[in-house]
Ligand binder design. Structure first.
Ligand code: HEM
Length: 415
């Protein structure tokens, strides 16, 4: 199959593994249709690393995407290219916006978050144990993975509890690629309006949190516009939430469906839990595709038989890259002892490398280790083939992960 033949990506991502395999078979860089928009998808790790560090590749859609105006009016993923924050900035603009948020995620601050993460985890696990004792089915996604990253982000951002529930739905919908344009537009506007109200609330009630720091950078130092302030909050809430939910769900799914690997982790939880998290990021990147980048001038890739013209969109294909056989031996196998697992690109690469990666890994590690301790005989409550993926080209995870105790008859069919 030629790289210029268009692969139409399934908006509901019903069979991600097969779709990624098909994409790789078309070459390292190949044409795809992403909800009606054509782009060059990059699925080979070497090409991804090369393009993600090439300064002829930009994420600034206003400056470098000639079809920007028409696209934001008709494309359901409009918000991904229209936000005004570091995610869509280029060069010096990007560096300035990233500097505002970067310190909040440095090593020291992430280490300081560990006791907070552990407390939230312990509280959730106690609730789950009580639920199981009462004979109710525990869903590891809804009861655990969904709640932990949200509580962590709300703590970081200083968002009071009464705001939290109103955030969950609009944030999840940012990743839902089955929405039509009207619903996606409405959702983006609702989320921005909610965050603008939150900014007003924090102006009146400042605290020791990242939102207050950003408001100071805006009001005191004039380092960002009001739009950039709201959109930076939007980025941290969306980037820090659904992605980490996916990582926690995928790690638990992998361990519960691979008993020998689970055994390795149980025997050496200190080191092997982190290895299981890294191997999950490699095998099942929780961000599968990341829209969008643009060529600022023509880019020739003769070995791939591809020329990317100026202004053409480029799509990073992270989940396909994680299973590339040129880099990873038997890539579909989940192997917590894989020596090169942590060379995955699930957190991106280059200037836009994920700021929250250490935090996400800390959350997944603490969640997994604590869960395995609290639920020593947990098994899936359904057959693995009954698990259903979230309806998203971008987010790679499961809609639910029901668990029960080994030997417990309390099983049921997945919805
Ligand atoms: C498993 C969890 C996570 C995954 C898989 C993930 C993945 C990614 C990826 C792939 C990128 C690069 C996007 C690109 O290609 O340009 C990115 C950027 C980013 N991530 Fe994460 N992320 C995760 C968790 C988090 C968390 C917990 C936070 C913060 C609370 C966060 C904040 C950010 C920010 C601010 C950026 C933008 C960086 C920039 O544009 O300079 N992420 N993330």
């Amino acid at each position: 199959m030629s790289p210029t033949e268009v692969l139409v990506l399934d908006p509901k991502a019903r069979d991600r593994v097969a779709e990624d395999r098909e994409l790789r078979s078309r070459g390292p860089v190949a044409r795809v249709d992403l909800l009606g928009l054509e782009a060059w998808a990059v699925s080979h790790p070497d090409y991804l690393k090369r393009l993600l560090t090439d300064n002829r590749v930009s994420k600034d859609s206003r400056r470098h995407y000639p079809d920007f105006e028409q696209t934001v009016q008709r494309w359901p993923l409009w918000l991904w290219i229209a936000v005004e924050n570091m995610f869509t900035a280029y060069g010096a603009d990007h560096r300035a916006l990233r500097r505002l948020v970067g310190p909040a995620f440095n090593h020291r601050r992430t280490q300081a978050m560990r006791p907070v993460i552990q407390d939230i985890t312990d509280r959730l696990l106690t609730r789950m144990l009580a639920k199981q004792e009462a004979g109710d089915l525990v869903d590891l996604r809804a009861d655990f993975a969904h709640q932990l990253p949200m509580d962590v982000i709300h703590h970081l951002m200083g968002m009071p509890r009464q705001w939290q529930e109103s955030m969950a739905d609009p944030v999840a919908k940012v990743f839902d690629t089955s929405l039509d344009i009207a619903a996606a537009l409405q959702n983006g506007e609702d989320l921005k309006a909610l965050l603008a109200r939150f900014v007003e609330h924090k102006r009146a009630h400042p605290g020791d949190d990242l939102t207050t720091d950003l408001i100071h950078a805006r009001d005191g130092e004039r380092r960002l516009s009001e739009e950039q302030l709201v959109d930076t909050l939007l980025l941290v809430f969306t980037a820090g939430y659904e992605t980490t939910v996916g990582l926690i769900v995928n790690t638990h799914r992998n361990l519960l469906t691979h008993p020998r690997q689970l055994d390795i982790v149980r025997r050496n939880p200190k080191e092997a839990t982190v290895a299981a998290v890294q191997e999950t990021l490699r095998r099942d990147a929780s961000i599968a595709f990341l829209p969008l980048r643009y060529a600022t001038e023509p880019i020739d890739l003769p070995e791939a038989d591809v020329r990317i013209e100026k202004g053409e969109p480029i799509l990073a294909a992270y989940s396909a890259a994680g299973r590339h056989p040129d880099i990873f031996d038997q890539p579909d196998v989940f192997d917590v002892l894989r020596p090169n697992a942590s060379t995955h690109l699930a957190f991106g690469h280059g200037t836009h490398l994920c700021l929250g990666a250490p935090l996400a890994v800390a959350e997944a590690e603490i969640a997994t280790r604590s869960f395995l301790n609290a639920f020593p005989d947990a098994v899936l409550a359904v057959e693995e083939h009954q698990l259903t993926p979230v309806e998203s080209i971008i987010s790679n995870s499961l809609r639910e992960l029901p668990i029960t105790r080994r030997g417990d008859k309390h099983t049921r069919k997945a919805t």
